[in-house]
Design a protein around this ligand. Sequence first.
Ligand code: ASN
Ligand code: ZN
Ligand code: CA
Length: 327
Amino acid sequence: REAIETGSGTSTYSGTVQLSTTKGGDGYQLQDGERGGHKTYNLSQGTDGTGTLFTNPTDTWGDGDQKAAVDAHYGAAVTWDFYKNVLGRTGIKNDGVAAYSRVHYGDGYVNAFWDDECFCMTYGDGEGNKNPLTSLDVAAHEMSHGVTSATAGLNYSGESGGLNEATSDIFGTAAEFYANNATDKGDYLIGEQININGDGTPLRYMDKPSKDGGSKDYWSSSLGRLDVHYSSGPANHFFYLLSEGSGAKTVNGVSYDSPTYNNVKVTGIGRDKATKIWYKALTTYFTSTTNYKAARTGTLKATADLYGSTSAEYKAVAAAWTGINVK
Ligand code: ASN
Ligand code: ZN
Ligand code: CA
């Protein structure tokens, strides 16, 4: 059996991080010594195959091509720990089996994606190969697509597609807060570090989704016609409202001001409870065709299971849905 080692890495977005690695051959490799043995590979700008497992003579990582790999390896470990320690889920399929990560996909590729077929995570390097899409919230967002696929199986179009996307933003955000990383503090923004718009603005905003110029803040009957990354808006907004409540608030130094439909007042119950409610609903009540109305019903059932149907949590869940115009 190869020895489990704790290495150190200089990441792109999370500062200096500890890495779980494995000693093998002439040095070390980016193979987690725990967490199902998650491995991180270099595609070296290619677009197919598994790539080359990252290896290093010492257990200190981060030079050149390794830098994005440090983020990816760290992101996979944090996401694993988040699901295990917060939600009691061991691995994406809850079977203890690890996925694997591939970095440096393509040339100037501005996306990252989860693939059920390879059961693997892939990251592009961004515009001009300058901003790899390896921030923790993006990593946890993508791997959460694997969790949704293994559970509710929300169809990736129409309202269910928006709920699928929102599920990834919700757990991506919850994992970012869970990591409590000094360089990448938790926030209700998605992709705030990867400069995907070229002007430093985030990809998405959970407190007021319309700030991205395409997402909706509230449900309406035409929501399901939008791209799933926009129809996710109201559900992201629901999660923000349930966690933090309506109105103005500052969390970890970031200021939010979350509006509600008809100025409904929502009292937040905290992110941890909101996360557990969404997960219970996803894994117990949501199906491939769950729409916003059914998500309201499903999360209320999940809340009744967890906290009782006369609880403050139950009232808050109802108010948060009403706050995004889901009655
Ligand atoms: N980054 C995109 C997403 O997770 C990739 C995709 O294939 N949809 O939504
Ligand atoms: Zn997604
Ligand atoms: Ca974020």
